[in-house]
Ligand binder design. Structure first.
Ligand code: NAD
Length: 438
């Protein structure tokens, strides 16, 4: 199959290279010239484990190439994927579909022969209908089948997720696309990944319902963690105790500073808006969004409490800035709200992240010092706050830490340490949903 991938970000690049690895002939297109120039020179513009090697291998085999030219790439393709961003629209929280619609217009004037146009971006119910309409309006002679095929990969484990998915959802209205999509995913299908065919609107909603459910599960355990703190219970043991029930499942039951990232915040909000517009508000998700938004900033209060009631004039070392480990993605990371709140309260921040510093420098509030490593971030600090659970922070040298810090105080927002162990090293320790020093 000849595949054109429009948009070569986290999803487009990973999906494109994996399709090339299946043996398809793939061209990854992006309008960002610097991105494509980097890829052509063998540099990967994002941090994603294993991606570098996979790109190199498929470029060498001739299955993968890069371009900024949509027209030629689309004209030669049997299948065109749209994998452009769908951020929150400024002001109202609806998904901003301008990138999707503009890609659809460009595709319309470039298609030749029967072409399957697949929306991989996360898009609200009805977007496929609009893409169909835009293409028909822009080029009445275009022979296309517009399909929905949402992506479920997680950054940090994207290649493995793409190659070993729990399911592949395909929503279509034109039966001619069924065989083509089965062929695109044949290597996975043979590995028994269920290919779930449905109609286009249902497929679009499956993606939002999945993300909203996961966001709700995280928010649930976060609120249980707060209750644990109030009543002297331990959230990790509660999570274990409920997670062993197969109806509940152990995943997404890790209490923390609130969900962030490029998907959950914008997708929950977009679903809330879709549901309100449809006259069927989803109150559980409205509440999830509200609780999570407040939670991120509230995490600063934990640091304040650990510092004896005020952080004014104090130095806080922040370890981890990305929304989760193994990615450089800073979009909607809890660190942004936490850093802002600490700065508002008069703290000086020394921050460090293994991969996210480049993006963090552009996003975090001004006046933050960026350190070269965890011990440099802890230098002279009155407390350190672990915000992202990078492996690098899981086995810190406590003696070294204590020697460089002004006061031995650790606030662990990811529960990666045990308080009794840290107490032995002379640290005052607080975490999420666990009794102090435990
Ligand atoms: P991204 O911002 O990393 O990449 C989008 C790319 O599209 C950018 O490089 C941009 O330059 C390019 N682009 C925009 N308009 C274009 C056009 N007309 N022609 C060519 N290129 C164009 O975004 P992402 O994280 O890859 O997300 C893409 C979509 O996938 C979103 O809808 C997102 O919700 C969804 N998604 C993301 C993830 C994730 O973990 N990042 C997971 C599942 C689904």
């Amino acid at each position: 199959m000849r595949i054109a991938m429009i948009g070569s970000g986290y999803v487009g690049l990973v999906s494109g290279v994996c399709f090339a690895d299946f043996g398809h002939d793939v061209i990854c297109v992006d309008k960002a010239h610097d991105k494509i120039a980097a890829l052509k020179e063998g540099r990967i513009p994002i941090y994603e484990p294993g991606l570098d090697e996979l790109v190199q291998r498929n470029v060498r085999s001739g299955n993968l190439s890069f371009s900024t030219d949509i027209a030629t790439s689309v004209g030669e393709a049997d299948v065109v994927f749209i994998a452009v961003g769908t951020p929150s629209r400024r002001g109202d929280g609806h998904a901003d579909l301008s990138y999707v619609y503009s890609a659809a217009r460009e595709i319309a004037s470039a298609v030749k022969g029967f072409t399957v146009v697949v929306t991989k971006s996360t898009v609200p119910v009805g977007t496929g209908d609009e893409v169909d309409r835009i293409i028909a309006e822009a080029n009445p002679l275009a022979d296309v089948a517009v399909v929905s095929n949402p992506e479920f990969l997680r950054e940090g484990a994207a290649i493995d997720d793409f190659k070993r998915p729990d399911r592949i959802v395909v929503g279509l209205e034109d039966e001619r696309a069924r065989e083509v999509m089965a062929e695109v995913y044949r290597p996975l299908y043979l590995n028994k990944a269920p290919l779930v065919f449905t109609d286009r609107r249902t497929s679009e909603l499956i993606k939002y319902a999945a993300n909203a459910f996961l966001a709700m599960k995280i928010t649930f355990i976060n609120e249980v963690a707060d209750l644990c703190e109030s009543v002297g219970a331990n959230v990790q043991e509660v999570a274990n105790g409920i997670g062993l029930d197969k109806r509940i499942g152990a995943k997404f039951l890790h209490a923390g500073p609130g969900y962030g990232g490029s998907c959950f915040p914008k997708d929950t909000l977009a679903l809330v808006k879709t549901a309100q517009d449809a006259g069927s508000p989803i109150r559980l998700i409205e509440t999830t969004v509200e609780v999570n938004t407040q939670r991120k900033r509230a995490m600063a209060r934990k640091v304040v409490a650990a510092c004896g009631g005020s952080v004014r004039g104090k130095t806080i070392g922040m370890l981890g800035l990305t929304f989760k480990p193994m990615t450089d993605d800073m979009r909607d990371a809890p660190s942004i709200a936490i850093a802002q709140a600490l700065v508002d309260l008069g703290a000086k921040i020394q921050a460090y992240d293994p991969e996210g510093m480049g993006h963090a420098k552009k996003i975090l509030p001004p006046g933050i010092d960026f350190a070269e490593g965890p011990y440099e971030a802890a230098e002279g600090a009155d407390a350190i706050c672990i915000v992202t659970e990078w492996n690098q922070f899981r086995a810190l040298d406590f003696k070294r830490l204590r020697d460089v810090m002004s006061a031995p105080v650790i606030v662990d927002l990811r529960n990666i340490y045990q308080g009794d162990e840290l107490a032995k090293h002379g640290f005052s320790y607080s975490s999420i949903g666990r009794p102090k020093n435990r």
